[in-house]
Design a protein around this ligand. Structure first.
Ligand SMILES: Cc1cc2nc3c(=O)[nH]c(=O)nc-3n(C[C@H](O)[C@H](O)[C@H](O)COP(=O)(O)OP(=O)(O)OC[C@H]3O[C@@H](n4cnc5c(N)ncnc54)[C@H](O)[C@@H]3O)c2cc1C
Length: 511
């Protein structure tokens, strides 16, 4: 479907309009389509532009939630982790974690062992094992904290933006329509005051629509207060920013993820191998900037993350100059006014109003559970479901990575390759054919969509991949139907954005 075809659909009446194209909105969209409802999803920027491309990439139960007594959150997360490892195998993959036991840490060792026993119990299988210090040296580079060995257990990881795209594709296959760069400006109300649709505007052309539906599902994450304010509610969400650093793998050659604590405040942190690089996160602090700006890491967050990794791996001598890129995202969390942001609950929140259901908070990992709750709450506004399923396709013999990322479309991505097979982009795990596919099939409107979310090469290559932009141009400019002027504008905009929000220079920038 071209963008014009998609936008031509907006005027018709829908059962459900989902506002927000992050993982929660995508989950509601695909489940609504599976239930047989006509469903439109509107995203103000690009799909996954919000928090869902800026997470810690973990599909996890959250061990620390058990320690904090958030048992319900951890239980649902573990169940969902197991389900996603199966449903999106190749995109959601197992990730071995190591938790070091510090010197004199007998009590820590026992306490951790108990937490992990509960964690395993929730998943219905045992993954934990204790690794003595002598064996640990074979798994990870020298770690300052691990003189008494470490616990190992298995969680999961993913490419968060690709997960959003895969879930959206599931919904589209069942007849759903999803439009990016279409912003919901207001709610439409009927004579009784009930929400009856949305007023939407195309950010590219300025064209506007009044879209009618039986129910609006507000899945706008950290923006959820904004639509609810239109109904007269006060703000209830706390905006908490978290940032990450991306390092080259050769500077810290880990095969396992490590759970760590910051050396001073003992906050829990993690270091994970991701897409052939090393991701270090995360911070947790109140986000003050307007949400319309691309979030970015503050220098003090960079220093805090560096301190953690330097203290944990002193022999690696990691410095700011090693960083390839930085990311920052804003968590939607219900505000209970806790002094320590990390103590605010990560549970989801559901608010039901006549004609509109709001679902926010929660985690990437629990999106299916959140989507199910939102749809269940919306059923009183809807006719009974008439479930649909996509015709299964035989997909044997394809690479798990290709299958995980593209599902039933994987053979069509592979068909773009010549006799030499799929061609890898620089020293990443991405293929050039993925750019071809995205440019023709994945609603790419801007260069940043292609390099930061359809693929993540903008996070993995130095300077956002500046050295390969001419090759990207040769590959996709015609497919995208862009003139030379448009290409040049896109490059300028992408590079400015990258400098503002993703550059390692944010570690040292003063303003
Ligand atoms: C630093 C950090 C690390 C994290 N790590 C993990 C992790 O490792 N594992 C995990 O499970 N969870 C993690 N999370 C939490 C997880 O990322 C979020 O819970 C999840 O991505 C939220 O998804 P969402 O769809 O609700 O929100 P979003 O992804 O923010 O999507 C909301 C979308 O709504 C759009 N929107 C807003 N207003 C409008 C409008 N008026 N019209 C149209 N569209 C609109 C926005 O542009 C946005 O794209 C992390 C969060 C952060 C910040």
């Amino acid at each position: 479907m071209t963008r014009d075809d998609i936008l031509a659909n907006l005027d018709k009446p829908w059962d459900i309009v989902v506002v927000g194209g992050g993982i929660t909105g995508a989950g509601v969209f695909s489940q609504a389509c599976e239930a047989g409802y006509s469903c439109l999803l509107l995203e103000q920027r690009d799909f996954a532009w919000g928090t869902s491309s800026r997470s810690g990439k973990l599909v996890h139960g959250g061990l620390r939630y058990i320690a904090q007594g958030q048992i319900r959150t951890s239980f649902h997360s573990v169940q969902e982790r197991q389900a996603l490892l199966k449903r999106y195998a190749g995109l959601v993959t197992p990730l071995d974690f190591v938790v070091p036991v510090p010197p004199g840490g007998f009590i820590v060792r026992c306490g951790l062992g108990c937490l992990l026993a509960v964690y395993d119990q929730m998943a219905g299988r045992r993954s934990r094992q204790f690794i003595p210090a002598s064996v640990l040296a074979n798994h990870v580079p020298p770690m300052a904290a691990a003189s008494r060995g470490a616990w190992q257990f298995t969680d999961g990881t993913t490419d968060d933006a690709r997960l959003v795209l895969r879930v959206l594709a599931d919904g589209r296959r069942l007849g759903g329509v999803a439009a990016n760069y279409v912003e919901v400006k207001d709610l439409l109300r009927d004579a009784t005051g009930r929400v009856a649709g949305v007023a939407a505007s195309d950010r590219e052309s300025g064209r506007t629509w009044e879209v009618r539906c039986r129910v609006v599902i507000n899945a706008t994450g950290v923006w959820a207060d904004e639509l609810r304010q239109a109904l007269g509610y006060p703000r209830q969400l706390r905006q908490l920013r978290g940032s990450h650093l991306v390092f080259p793998h050769h500077r810290l050659p880990l095969t396992h993820s490590i759970a760590l604590q910051h050396p001073k405040d003992r906050r829990n942190m993690y270091v994970i191998p991701w897409e052939g690089r090393i991701l270090v996160g995360t911070t947790d602090l109140d986000h003050q900037a307007p949400l319309s700006y691309e979030p970015r890491m503050a220098p003090e967050e960079g220093a805090y993350l560096l301190e953690t990794i330097q203290a944990a791996f002193p022999d690696a001598h990691l410095v700011a100059e090693d960083v390839i890129s930085t990311t920052a995202g804003v968590r939607p969390v219900v505000n209970t006014g806790k002094k320590d942001p990390s103590k605010e609950s990560r549970d989801e929140v559901l608010w039901v109003d006549p004609g509109m259901v709001t679902i926010s908070g929660g985690k990437l990992t629990t999106y299916r559970y959140m989507a199910m709750k939102a749809l269940r709450a919306a059923t009183r506004e809807l006719p009974p479901p008439s479930p649909r399923t996509a015709t299964p396709e035989t997909l044997d013999g394809l690479s798990p990575r290709l299958l995980g990322r593209y599902g039933p479309d994987a053979p069509r991505v592979l068909a773009l390759a010549g006799d030499g097979g799929l061609q890898t982009i620089a020293d990443t795990q991405y293929w050039w054919e993925e750019l071809d596919w995205a440019a023709t099939n994945e609603q790419v409107l801007h260069l940043e969509d292609l390099l930061l979310r359809r693929t993540r090469v903008g996070l993995l290559l130095p300077n956002g991949g500046a050295d390969m932009l001419s090759s990207v141009r040769a590959r996709v400019q015609t497919l995208l139907g862009w003139t030379d002027d448009k290409w040049n504008q896109e490059v300028v905009a992408y590079q400015a954005l990258w400098q503002t929000a993703y550059s390692p220079s944010l570690l040292t920038r003063t303003a």
